[in-house]
Design a protein around this ligand. Sequence first.
Ligand SMILES: *Cc1c(COP(=O)(O)O)cnc(C)c1O
Length: 413
Amino acid sequence: MLNKIIEKFAKSPTKKLIEHEGQFVAHNYLPLPVVLVKGEGVYLWDHEGKKYLDMMSAYSAVSCGHSHPRLVKKLSEQANTLAMTSRAYHTNTLGPFIEKLVGMTGLDMALPMNTGAEAVETAIKAARLWGYRVKKIPENKAEIITAAGNFHGRTTTIIGFSTEAEYKKDFGPFTPGFVTVPFADIAAIEKAITPNTAAILIEPIQGEAGIKVPPPGFLKELREVCDDNNVLLILDEVQSGLGRTGKMFCFQHENIKPDVLILGKALGGGLLPVSAIVGTHAVMDLFTPGSHGSTFGGNPLAAAVGFEALCVLEEENMVANSATLGEYMQEQLRGINSPLITEVRGKGLWIGVDFDPKKVSAREVCEKLMEHGVLSKETHHTVVRFAPPLTITREQIDWTLEKLKEVLRELED
Ligand SMILES: *Cc1c(COP(=O)(O)O)cnc(C)c1O
């Protein structure tokens, strides 16, 4: 049946395919008008055979590049051996994956889930467990401090502490127990702490907010504030983690460690949804049989691919490449003298370019870039992100910059 449908549309224009999708798929996204059919490394191809350079990497899920041969091989081998068991049984894949992951973070134990939002939910539960059992916060009084502009996913609890009206409208009532402070404001965080504060949940760099980088030293100060007040530090590195910012984890830029680290996206090697929380014994030992779970979390296929993705990230120089080429690309972007650009921000290969909304919308820039063979995605109407697979080369970045300059010239006219 599916084959028949695909065949029916194989030679039809892109517009038809997009209309067809829109007829059946709920309109909870506004994709760029391109129909992708193939990916390899940093490149994507559309329905009509046009080639694009991917500057989005599926929000960092494809940090290892599209269909990385080693990961595809592992996926296929494991699928042919043992794919799904549920955690009702032990497997020979989960232990090695989690040992590797834990070792890379310098923390003690991990709990595997599937999507980023599920891992955030798991971290919230972990914080509350610790709050009641260890900090002795009175029942149902635990508070978690979050930052304005945050993005932690789309479950009802998580959107409850989002500050984006669009994410929340008509989805209430929301889960209580969350407090909002301005991002990267240490004084505001200190002021918001009460005896019932269990944790601070924060992105070390805010991604969806527009690649907002806090001032240097912020994480170090935050760690101290948490230690001084007996509050857990939970870092959501679903997008910033696994090499994106030029270190394996963003917290390593300031030589601190969180109590709980949330990972996802790139952890699945661009092939599967794989997420996890990693934490200290003080927190992770509190989970007991029955206290939390997920049918698919830590399944053999996910564990095998996750393990291989971590190996690939370590062994193929991707993190160093992110640091070096990220700095290079930012420098080059800052060197572009365009009246349309107001700011360039970022760390590693995670760069946000702010456009002047009086002159152009970020969406227009993305659509123009698409015409020129570069795929990106706007965030917040004014920011265009550049976050390619970490395998990108300097030549490919130079090519992208040339395309961007062409687009800017066209838009400036
Ligand atoms: C994408 C993202 C999430 C949510 O991940 P999903 O897999 O979409 O549920 C959570 N936190 C951050 C920082 C993210 O970028």
